[in-house]
Design a protein around this ligand. Structure first.
Ligand code: WTA
Length: 572
C-alpha cells in the first residue's frame, strides 16, 4: 500500500531541487570541494581534520564525547594534534607504513577516533571491529586481513589469540596496567610521549582506506575494501542527505564497527566540518533522549530497530526531555515502517528520512532528501550522480512496478574496490553489462521511488545488523551436542528479524531447555551476542538438497506456515 506523500518541508536546504540536480550534477563537480583538487595531495584524514584545523573552523568543536565516566570536547585544532600523536605512535613503535592493516577493537572512545584517523594519516588501511566480537570472530578477521597492528583495551585483549596470528606484530593496549612483553605494548605510554607534529602520507585516490568485514549467506565474513576516493561521496551525501550546515550538532548512533559508524559517524560529518556527537554505552530510551537534549542535537541518524524500541517505550518519556533542537532525522539499515514515520511525525514533528545503501556501496545511494516529498515505506530516489534500476536475473532493466534485483550502475565514488583476498567474490557482484547487484529485491514506482521487498539471499537483518546464517550454523555445529543446524531470520515486530536455529542433535543428547540455553551461550561466547539464536527448535533432521545444502527456505516456510515451493532438489 502506498501512503499519501506528506507535504514538503520548506526551507533553505543544501539540495534545493532534486530533479534539477539529477539532470545537471556530475561527480567531477564535487571534486572542487577538496584541497587535493588544487594541490594534488590526497588523504581523507587531511580533508576531515587538518584542513579545518588550518581554517576559521580551528576552534570549532569537532568531537563531543559522553560515556558513564567521561565527558569531553575536542576542537578541530586539538583533533589535528591528537591524531598526529596517534599516527606517531603507530609509526614509531609499530613501524606502520602505507598499505599496512591496522585493526581497532575497542568500544567508542576518543582514543578510537584518534587511532583510526592517525592510521589513515599514515596511509594505512583501518579495520574497525565491533566490541561485541568474541575470539572466533576476531581471529577470522585479523587472519584474513593479515593485520600487522591491533589497538584494543584491557577488557578485550583476552579475546585476541595473539599466538595464532603470525602477521600480527604489535598489540597496543589502551589503558590499564600493560605488561610490555612479546607483542603487547602500552599505548598510552607512547601516546603521551609522542610528538604532535606529523608529515601526512599522501596517497593515491585509489589507495586503500578501510576494510569492513560483512556477512554473506555463505562462507566466512568477507573484507570489503574502500579507498580514499570514497570521500567525494561521503562529503556530498553529508551535504545533500544529512543536510549538514555550519551550526549543526550531528549524532550518528552507529558503532564504527559497522559501516554506518565510519562513513556517517566519522567521514561525512568531519569532511563537512560538523560538530559530531559520540556516545558510548548501551541503548536506553532515557540515555538517548538525554543525549539529544544535553547536546542540542539537530541532525540525528539512526536505525529502524532503535526507532521501534523508542516507539515501544511510549511517548510519556519523550515529554520529559526537550527535543526541540532536532530538525532532521534519518534512518538506515532495514525497511523503515510507515508506522514509525507516523510516530516520528507525531512526537518530533519531523519526518524520518529513510536512506538505502550497503557496506559494499560505501555511502548512501537511494534516499529521501529534505527537499523531496516522502512516500512512507519507500527508500526514496537515487542520489544525483547515481544510476539505479530494477533488473532481471540477466541484468536487463525492468519497467516500473516490476519486482526484481535492485542494481546500481558501476562507478560511483564510494564503491568498494575489492573483496580482500577474493577477486572471484568481487566479480560475482557485477553483471557483465556493468550493473552492481545488491542482493536486495525491490521495485520502482512510476514516480521513480524505490520500494524494498526483501533480501534475495538468506542474509538475516536483526536489529539492523547483518548476520550470515552460514556463520551461525558453522558455530552451532562446533557444539558437541549439535549434529546439524539450519538458521533463518524470523520476522519480529521490534528487531525486524530474530535469529532462529533448527537443530538436529547428535546421538546420546536429549532436547531440553538447559541445552538450548547452553547452545545459545556457546554462540554468544564464540561469535557475538547479536549472532546468538533467540529461538532454538530441535528436530529429527533438517531439510537438505541432495548435495547436502541445508534448505533454509523450507525451514522458513515451516516456520511461517507458507507453501514450501519446489522440493525437487530435496533429499528423500
Ligand atoms: C538492508 C548498512 C531496507 C538491505 C548500511 C541491504 C535496507 C543491507 C535499508 C545492507 C533501507 C539497508 N531499507 N533495507 N533503507 N538500508 N538495508 O551492509 O538489505 O550492514 O542490502 O549496510 O541492509 O546492510 P549493511
Amino acid at each position: 500500500m502506498q501512503l499519501e506523500a506528506l507535504p514538503t518541508v520548506q526551507g533553505d536546504f543544501n539540495l534545493k531541487n532534486y530533479e534539477e540536480a539529477r539532470k545537471t550534477f556530475s561527480w567531477k563537480d564535487a571534486e572542487k570541494n577538496f584541497s587535493w583538487y588544487e594541490t594534488g595531495r590526497v588523504n581523507l584524514a587531511y580533508e576531515a581534520i587538518d584542513k579545518h584545523a588550518e581554517s576559521s573552523r580551528k576552534n570549532k568543536v569537532a568531537l563531543m564525547y559522553l560515556s558513564d565516566s567521561r565527558n569531553e570536547k575536542y576542537t578541530y585544532y586539538e583533533m589535528k594534534r591528537l591524531t598526529n600523536k596517534a599516527a606517531n605512535v603507530l609509526k614509531e613503535k609499530a613501524g606502520v607504513k602505507k598499505g599496512d592493516r591496522v585493526f581497532i577493537f575497542m568500544p567508542r572512545s576518543p582514543e578510537l577516533y584518534f587511532a583510526m584517523l592517525g592510521a589513515i594519516k599514515l596511509g594505512a588501511i583501518v579495520g574497525p571491529l565491533f566490541e561485541a566480537f568474541m575470539e572466533g570472530a576476531v581471529k577470522d578477521r585479523l587472519e584474513d586481513s593479515e593485520a600487522k597492528v591491533l589497538v584494543t583495551t584491557p577488557d578485550l585483549v583476552g579475546r585476541v589469540p595473539a599466538d595464532q596470528l603470525p602477521a600480527l606484530e604489535t598489540i597496543f593496549v589502551v589503558g590499564g596496567n600493560v605488561k610490555e612483553e612479546g607483542k603487547y605494548a602500552d599505548y598510552l605510554k607512547y601516546f603521551n610521549a609522542a610528538s604532535d607534529k606529523l608529515e601526512i602520507e599522501w596517497v593515491d585516490r585509489e589507495d586503500g582506506l578501510i576494510l569492513h568485514y560483512t556477512s554473506g549467506s555463505t562462507g566466512k565474513p568477507k573484507g570489503v575494501l574502500h579507498v580514499h576516493n570514497a570521500m567525494i561521496q561521503h562529503y556530498q551525501t553529508g551535504k545533500w542527505v544529512l543536510d549538514l550546515k555550519e551550526d549543526d550538532i550531528y549524532w550518528c548512533t552507529a558503532d564504527p564497527g559497522w559501516v554506518t559508524g565510519t562513513s556517517y559517524g566519522v567521514f561525512a560529518p568531519w569532511l563537512n566540518g560538523a560538530t559530531n556527537v559520540v556516545v558510548g554505552g548501551r541503548f536506553s530510551p532515557a540515555a538517548w533522549y538525554n543525549t539529544i537534549e544535553r547536546f542540542g542535537v539537530t541532525v540525528w541518524y539512526s536505525a529502524p530497530t532503535s526507532f521501534r524500541m523508542l516507539m515501544g517505550a511510549g511517548n510519556e518519556i519523550i515529554n520529559q526531555y526537550d527535543l526541540s533542537t532536532l530538525r532532521h532525522i534519518l534512518s538506515v539499515g532495514e525497511p523503515l515502517n510507515p508506522e514509525v514515520i507516523r510516530w516520528g511525525n507525531e512526537v518530533f514533528g519531523l519526518r524520518i528520512h529513510d536512506t538505502w545503501w550497503m557496506t559494499e556501496t560505501g555511502a548512501q545511494l537511494i534516499c529521501n532528501y529534505p527537499c523531496m516529498d516522502i512516500k512512507p515505506g519507500s527508500m526514496g530516489k537515487p542520489l544525483p550522480g547515481i544510476e539505479a534500476a530494477i533488473v532481471d536475473d540477466q541484468g536487463n532493466p525492468l519497467p516500473p512496478n516490476r519486482m526484481g534485483n535492485l542494481a546500481i550502475k558501476k562507478g560511483w565514488p564510494s564503491m568498494m574496490r575489492a573483496i580482500w583476498n577474493n577477486p572471484q567474490k568481487y566479480e560475482s557482484y557485477f553483471f557483465p553489462n556493468g550493473w552492481y547487484v545488491s542482493g536486495d529485491s525491490a521495485y520502482m514506482d512510476e514516480d521513480g521511488y524505490f520500494w524494498f521487498q526483501g533480501r534475495v539471499d538468506d542474509v538475516i537483518m536483526t536489529s539492523g545488523e547483518r548476520v550470515g546464517p552460514f556463520e551461525v550454523e558453522s558455530k552451532l555445529i562446533e557444539h558437541p551436542a549439535v549434529a546439524e543446524a539450519g538458521v533463518i531470520g524470523k520476522p519480529d515486530p521490534v528487531r525486524g528479524e530474530i535469529i532462529k536455529a533448527f537443530i538436529a542433535l547428535r546421538d546420546g543428547y536429549e532436547p531440553s531447555d538447559e541445552l538450548k540455553e547452553e547452545i545459545r551461550q556457546f554462540v554468544k561466547k564464540g561469535l557475538a551476542a547479536h549472532a546468538a539464536p533467540r529461538e532454538i527448535e530441535f528436530c529429527e533432521k533438517l531439510p537438505k538438497t541432495r548435495s547436502g545444502k541445508i534448505m533454509r527456505r523450507v525451514l522458513k516456510a515451516w516456520e511461517l506456515d507458507l507453501p514450501t515451493g519446489d522440493l525437487s532438489t530435496m533429499e528423500d
